[in-house]
Each structure stands twice: as structure tokens, then as C-alpha cells.
Design a protein around this ligand. Structure first.
Ligand code: ATR
Length: 282
């Protein structure tokens, strides 16, 4: 498979992303782009695995000598159950998106979504907020809330289905839950608004963001983890009010960095070229 003419440096370090149906993933662009940029002999593949084949598939890739995997929908909870050890962030998120196959045969599971989100804020020049208002209560919301809480931020949580926000808050031991329809009233005291819901995603429900932002302080930073479209209706409404915004592409890039470092041995940088290549794919 890895013949001398194709791989003059020998067999590459192997990693992959798995999910199902995994119709489209940008992870290979990131990891193979970084390998090319740094001259690393690495290869990052896209390997769909049906849920019923997930565990066997992971064990097979480990036996084949892969360095590790990224795991996406719907395998993040199955990955959590499969690994031998969890990072602190994985335990907080209750999910695993990064597997590292260790030399001793064990598997470490991490969740890099929350730290990826905080790093995307930092990259955008946003200092860590003291108070954040987070919309949504799915898996992404949990990772983001955990990272914000662990960084010392006070988090207010609003979700259409309030019971899910309450369960999230209970699981994390933090966060103040409010009714969904009340969130615009809590903007005045927030320094950061984070949308983790699918509202604003191409093809999803529409929402009156402009009307909801009228009580925002001028210093509010508005971020959306949705990145298709890159300028979401929320970000467009925030910009129209002159508010600072952070788009979801940064989180996508930054959540990939810890895995790349663990597998390929180098902390990768976020270059403008990489952002541009990803934007071409949106
Ligand atoms: P994730 O991908 O982060 O795991 P998810 O579990 O798919 O997220 O949840 C999507 C989020 O978007 C949820 O918080 C959902 O609210 P519910 O818990 O009430 O379902 C939210 N969401 C989706 N459509 C919405 C809408 N039209 N109005 C408000 N919230 C919505």
C-alpha cells in the first residue's frame, strides 16, 4: 500500500475521522493541509463507520497502527464508553471527539470542542468574558459551557426545551438556567453571547435575531458555532448593530489542533491560507 515511489519517506503516520454517515467532513483538509505545510509524513483519512461497526472498526484501526482518530456524530458517546482513560475535558463534556492510541495499547479519549471554542475567542482577540449567555443544550453546548465555567466565567443558559438546559447545568454543576423566551432580557448583563443551537444553519428554522438583540450592551461580543453559512443570521444582525462578532470557523480549526499535535508531533498554527481553503468548501 505504502510503496516507495508513493511514500519515499516510508510509511506515513496514520490518523482518520470516523462518523456516520460522514457525508462531508472538513477534517482531512485541516490535517492533510498541516502535514503538507510542515513537511510531516502523515496521512489523514475519512473512514465512515456504521454505529454497529464502530467499536470493531476502532480496534481494527488501532491494530493497523493508526496513531488515533477523530470521532464525530453519532459516535461521540460510544467513543466515551470505549476508551480506557478520559481527559478532564472529555469527562466534563460527557463525550469524546479525539482518540489517541497509546504505545501501551490503551486508548485515551479527549474532547477538544470546548477548548477549541475558547481558543477561537482568543484568536479573535476576545478576552475571556466574566459573564456569558449560552443558547442551546446539546452536545456542543455542554462542551462550550464546561470550558467557560472551568475558565471561571459565569454562564447563563437558555434552551427551547428548558429541561435539557437544567440537565446540562446539573451535569456540569454550574450555569444559571432561564426560560428560552427571556434570553434577550439577559443580554444587558452579558459580555458574550454564544449560539450553539442549529438556528441560523442553512436549511434550519428562521429566528428574529435583530429584534432579540435590541437590549445588548454595545460591548457585547456575539459568537456562533454554526459556520454554514459563515455569516449566520445572528452574526449579521449583531454586525448591523455594530457589535463585535466571532464566527464558527475558528472553533472548527482550533478543536482539531490537540489531535494533530498528539498524532503528528507538532502544534499546528492557524494560517490565513487554511481559513481561506476552508471557506472555499462552505
Ligand atoms: P448538538 O449538535 O450541539 O448536539 P442538538 O442536540 O442537535 O445539538 O441540539 C440542537 C440545539 O438547537 C438544541 O438546543 C435545540 O433545542 P431543543 O433542545 O429544544 O431541541 C436547538 N434548536 C433547534 N431548533 C431550534 C429552534 N427552532 N428554536 C430554538 N432552539 C432550537
Amino acid at each position: 500500500l505504502f510503496t516507495k515511489d508513493l511514500y519515499p519517506q516510508g510509511r506515513p503516520v496514520l490518523a482518520a475521522v470516523t462518523g456516520w454517515p460522514l457525508t462531508y467532513t472538513r477534517s482531512p483538509i485541516l490535517h492533510n493541509g498541516w502535514c503538507a505545510h510542515y513537511g510531516i509524513n502523515g496521512l489523514y483519512l475519512r473512514l465512515p463507520l456504521k454505529p454497529e461497526n464502530f467499536e470493531r472498526g476502532v480496534r481494527a484501526l488501532q491494530a493497523l497502527g493508526f496513531a488515533g482518530l477523530n470521532v464525530t456524530i453519532p459516535h461521540k458517546e460510544a467513543a466515551y464508553a470505549l476508551v480506557d482513560r478520559h481527559t478532564h475535558d472529555a469527562r466534563r463534556a460527557g463525550a469524546v471527539n479525539t482518540l489517541v492510541f497509546e504505545a501501551d495499547g490503551s486508548i485515551e479519549g479527549g474532547c477538544t470542542d470546548g477548548i477549541g471554542y475558547l481558543d477561537s475567542l482568543r484568536e479573535a482577540g476576545v478576552t475571556l468574558p466574566r459573564r456569558a449567555l449560552v443558547l442551546g443544550a446539546g452536545g456542543a453546548a455542554r462542551a462550550v459551557c464546561a470550558a467557560l465555567l472551568d475558565a471561571g466565567c459565569r454562564v447563563t443558559l437558555a434552551n427551547r426545551t428548558k429541561a435539557r438546559a437544567e440537565a446540562l447545568s446539573a451535569a456540569l454543576g454550574g450555569g444559571h438556567v432561564i426560560d428560552w423566551q427571556d434570553w434577550p432580557d439577559h443580554l444587558a448583563e452579558a459580555e458574550l453571547l454564544t449560539n450553539t443551537t442549529s438556528l441560523g444553519m442553512t436549511g434550519q428554522d428562521v429566528f428574529d435575531w435583530a429584534g432579540s438583540l435590541t437590549k445588548a450592551a454595545g460591548s457585547l461580543v456575539v459568537s456562533d458555532i454554526v459556520y454554514v453559512p459563515l455569516e449566520t443570521p445572528l452574526l449579521a444582525a449583531a454586525q448591523a448593530r455594530g457589535l463585535a462578532t466571532v464566527d464558527g470557523l475558528g472553533m472548527l480549526i482550533h478543536q482539531a489542533r490537540p489531535g494533530f499535535e498528539a498524532w503528528f508531533g507538532r502544534r499546528p498554527e492557524v494560517t490565513p491560507g487554511l481559513r481561506a481553503r476552508l471557506i472555499e468548501t462552505l
